[in-house]
Design a protein around this ligand. Structure first.
Ligand SMILES: Cc1cc2nc3c(=O)[nH]c(=O)nc-3n(C[C@H](O)[C@H](O)[C@H](O)COP(=O)(O)OP(=O)(O)OC[C@H]3O[C@@H](n4cnc5c(N)ncnc54)[C@H](O)[C@@H]3O)c2cc1C
Length: 368
């Protein structure tokens, strides 16, 4: 696409949302030499992105070998270390990356059958997998600390020259200049213009005007509890076949999760949520009983109707979407951003994004 706007407050692309989806695409657009502005409502980057568990698992929620998400999660996983090296060497920040290894534990004969079935196809992929007496072991999987990861992404983006406009005091409004391809974004007395917009507002993707082409989204609440004990030792991530896991952190802390609840836009931590996490985790990690709770939080994961991300141009020319990253945005957000940036710059959606196009949803689903 032609990028012609170059005056002050005029950008090639405005990205809405400073989560992993927004900063991911902004980073790569900037590397391509474009003038990029990220507009977001809080001074800290990300909502779901900061609340995440930070597990780097390319098979999360994928049961079958031909699942379309694998075309995104596996290459993203392969690039992860390189990207972390990039962030940490440029910013000198530590994102809490550790290749802990992860065990998917079988808790019943039925679980064991299912895990054996998955192991059969997973071992044919490039991801190392081993069968153990407890279930599947993934020696190269690990975690980051999501809040540190997001701070690192923000610092890197700023260093590269991405501009940020924090709009907590004055919400963003939009208009499209008549008979032009120019978008005008207003926040308070500030006005910004660009020839392309990327909606990366996570669960709030349909909040703004001009966002109505965003497919229907359901926020899925996930609760997390951080616990601590000096009496126990666990160095690998443990996961069951549901959504329960334990992630070892430094300083004798363990992050345990999670819930997958439809609770609208309520991001409160609830007694029922914490109780379900505790009892779910206790089934495969009885040591939880020895731990003290140090903190709790929750976040809203953006989920589309088919549970696949939506990454590409909408029916409105110049209006792009990077969203619906649901449970794996920390893993593939930066990689997906790179693919979307390439598509924006070349004016042609790259083949790796073919399964995630916004126009796969019917008009009714988009405008609902
Ligand atoms: C409990 C939990 C556990 C998770 N665990 C993992 C995991 O282990 N591994 C993994 O890979 N993924 C995990 N995820 C998923 C991952 O966090 C998400 O897929 C990802 O963060 C979504 O990123 P996003 O940028 O789309 O959304 P967000 O991070 O929510 O960012 C949206 C941005 O838009 C801004 N915004 C919203 N509305 C407006 C508005 N009106 N005006 C201006 N700005 C606005 C927000 O302030 C925010 O900066 C987890 C998520 C949760 C909640």
């Amino acid at each position: 696409m032609p990028f012609i706007i170059r005056r002050q407050n005029q950008f090639d692309v405005i990205v809405l949302g400073a989560g992993v989806a927004g900063i991911g695409v902004a980073l790569e657009l900037r590397r391509e030499g474009l003038k990029v502005l990220v507009m977001s409502k809080r001074r800290v980057p990300g909502e779901a992105s900061r609340a995440a568990a930070g597990i780097l698992d390319p098979f999360l929620q994928i049961r079958e070998p031909n699942h379309p998400l694998l075309t995104l999660t596996i290459p993203a996983f392969q690039e992860y270390e390189k990207n972390i090296g990039w962030i940490e060497s440029e910013t000198k920040l530590n994102v809490g990356y550790k290749k802990t290894g992860m065990i998917y534990a079988a808790l019943s004969a039925q679980d064991e059958d299912e895990l054996k079935r998955r192991f059969t196809w997973q071992k044919k992929t490039v991801i190392p997998v081993e069968w153990t007496s407890r279930g599947i072991h993934y020696p190269t999987m690990g975690r980051v600390y999501p809040h540190q990861y997001m701070d690192g992404l923000l610092a890197l983006a700023k260093q590269l020259g991405v501009k940020f406009a924090w709009t907590d005091k004055a919400p963003i409004r939009f208009r499209k200049e008549k008979n032009t391809k120019i978008y005008v974004a207003l926040s308070g007395t500030n006005t910004y213009e660009s020839s392309a917009l990327v909606n990366a507002l996570g669960s709030w993707g349909r909040d703004l005007s001009l966002s109505r082409h965003f497919p229907a989204l359901t926020p899925i609440r996930g609760q997390i509890v951080l616990v601590k004990s000096k009496k126990i030792f666990l160095d690998k991530i443990l996961h069951n076949l549901e959504h329960h896991y334990v992630v070892p952190w430094d300083s004798h802390q363990y992050l345990i999760g999670t819930t997958t609840e439809k609770a609208g836009y309520c991001s409160r931590v609830t007694r029922a949520g914490v109780a379900s996490i505790m009892s779910g985790v206790e089934r495969f990690w009885p040591d939880i009983r020895l731990c003290a709770v140090t903190s709790m939080w929750s976040g809203l994961r953006p989920r589309t109707k088919d549970q696949l991300p939506v990454i590409g141009e909408t029916a409105t020319s110049g209006l792009y979407v990077a969203g619906g990253y649901y449970r794996s945005g920390i893993l593939f957000g930066v990689y997906a951003g790179k693919l979307l940036a390439k598509s924006i710059v070349s004016g042609k959606i790259v083949p790796q994004l073919a399964s995630y196009q916004p126009l796969r949803f019917t008009k009714k689903e988009r405008l609902k």
